[in-house]
Design a protein around this ligand. Structure first.
Ligand code: TXA
Ligand code: MG
Length: 325
């Protein structure tokens, strides 16, 4: 099936149609500020099952429920600690997913049979308009993982989504085009089920920002660099292109190269990205990895940024990408 059959420009009509499409049990891939998501009605078991089929993802991996407003969060979760309210107020809509004890609305097919559920209000006009239209039609929330095949690089454009998934989508499904994602790495996931917040996946909302928002001096120790099956992105091999990812070495002719703009590109090396700062690094990373595969490169050398903030998330993804497929 051709790509153009799926990809829609985001007019008001198209958003209404997409919201109805979701409510009818079909899939709609949509832009968010982090990466594109593959959405289904979070109350529809069959629709959610199709997410797993299309992604080729193991069924026990939980999905994030996307909502248009913090006001709706209470339907999905129980036991919201005060620090989480501060986080939601400060960072939603935004690149942050909060994990709580689930309410009865969050069924086993969303949570991977765990007693917790993840919720997020994304910060993207198209995502928010879609989620609001869905809400106005009576929908409660949209379950959406990143819109890639399991273990692959997350898509940050509509074309990347259709390249990745069009073979698996049905004619009723849709891909909304909202331009390139501005953040470029997946949301920070924060476990809010304990006394203190705990970062499960680093992202653009950093430890410092969480401390500042909550007034807490310390967070619960993070096991983000260990392998816990509950966060599928924390399985070791993940976010991986077909090309082999090599970290922090000198590139040689024939290889691809991703490094800060101050680094020169050696002769015969294909420069895939030259970000000027860490936000650009995050934003351009996944598109650069996809480009490596499009160009048929076998190896990509990446010089990792060594600082804090979002650079922690970049290194986290690169560490997993470098494990290869
Ligand atoms: O930025 C993002 O978070 C994107 C956009 C589309 O919102 N979504 C995303 O979803 O990255 P996904 O499914 O590719 O990654 C979400 C991660 C998974 O590793 C999943 O296991 C974890 O969140 N997760 C979801 N619910 C969880 C829960 N209740 N407890 C622990 N981890 C959870
Ligand atoms: Mg993912």
């Amino acid at each position: 099936m051709s790509q153009s059959q799926f990809v829609s420009k985001c007019t008001v009509d198209a958003l209404q149609t997409a919201a109805r499409t979701l409510l009818e049990g079909n899939l709609v891939a949509f832009p968010t500020e982090t990466v594109y998501g593959l959405g289904a009605d979070a109350l529809n078991k069959q629709a959610v099952a199709r997410i797993y089929e299309v992604k080729g993802r193991p069924a026990d991996h939980p999905l994030i429920v996307h909502i248009h407003s913090m006001q709706v969060m209470g339907q999905w979760v129980d036991d919201v600690p005060e620090y989480a309210i501060a986080l939601a107020r400060d960072f939603w809509p935004g690149p942050m997913t909060l994990i709580f004890k689930r309410s009865s609305l969050a069924q086993d097919f969303i949570t991977g049979s765990q007693d917790t559920v993840g919720v997020r209000v994304p910060n993207h006009v198209v995502a928010l308009a879609l989620l609001e239209a869905f809400h106005n039609l009576g929908g409660r929330g949209v379950a959406a993982p990143s819109a890639n095949r399991f273990g692959h690089v997350s898509p940050t454009t509509a074309i990347a989504v259709s390249d990745e998934l069009s073979d698996f989508l049905k004619p009723e499904d849709q891909v909304m085009d909202g331009g390139p994602s501005a953040v470029g790495v997946e949301s920070t996931i924060i476990d809010c089920t304990g006394e203190l917040p705990r970062i499960l996946r680093p992202g653009a909302i950093t430890e410092e920002m969480i401390k500042e928002s909550t007034g807490l001096k310390e967070l619960a120790p993070s096991s983000q660099f260990e392998s816990t099956p509950r966060v599928s992105g924390s399985l070791e091999k993940h976010y991986a292109p077909a090309a082999k990812v090599l970290l922090d070495q000198t590139p040689v002719a024939g290889q691809g190269f991703i490094a800060p703009s101050r680094r020169v590109t050696p002769t015969g090396v294909t420069r895939l990205a030259a970000p000027k700062n860490s936000n650009e690094f995050a934003r351009d990373l996944y598109a650069a990895l996809r480009k490596a595969d499009e160009l048929g490169l076998n190896e990509v050398v990446i010089e990792q940024p060594q600082g804090d903030g979002i650079e922690i998330a970049i290194r986290d993804r690169l560490m997993r990408a470098s494990k290869g497929r």
